[in-house]
Design a protein. Structure first.
Length: 129
């Protein structure tokens, strides 16, 4: 699936989630921002030194995260790579995409997943029991 198609599908899914939240209650605590999980998958054909050189050459540290984008969580999955959860206004999605394209491609294979936090819904549900 091409990235443009994937990003369009993510936006459609996000719109659907927000619509459901408005009908069913507080699924999303913050209706002004979205969460996006980014997988930066290690290319097994290179080691960390080679990967770091590519990232430094592309200026990834300066590009990511772009202004207006918060890193909510960031960790390493052994054998996979980095998993980063971002929070930002939906109109910043292009900034995130460009930061990854311009800074991480070549060093990582990338995957993006629209993400949402069900904590508020679970707490509301538990309070109603």
């Amino acid at each position: 699936m091409k990235r443009t198609t994937l990003l369009a599908a993510c936006l459609i899914l996000l719109t659907s989630i927000i619509g459901s939240a408005q009908e069913q209650g507080p699924l999303l605590a913050d209706k002004d921002t979205m969460l996006l999980t980014v997988f930066l998958k290690h290319d097994q054909s290179m080691n960390n030194i080679e990967r770091r050189a590519l990232l430094d050459e592309a200026g990834f540290a300066e590009l990511f995260p772009p202004d207006g984008v918060e890193i909510v969580d960031r960790y390493v999955m052994m054998g996979i790579g980095q998993v980063i959860v971002l929070r930002f206004r939906p109109d910043h999605l292009r900034r995130v995409n460009l930061a990854i394209e311009n800074g991480a491609w070549g060093a990582y294979q990338t995957e993006f997943y629209v993400t949402y936090d069900l904590r508020a819904a679970r707490e509301a549900e538990m309070g109603n029991q």
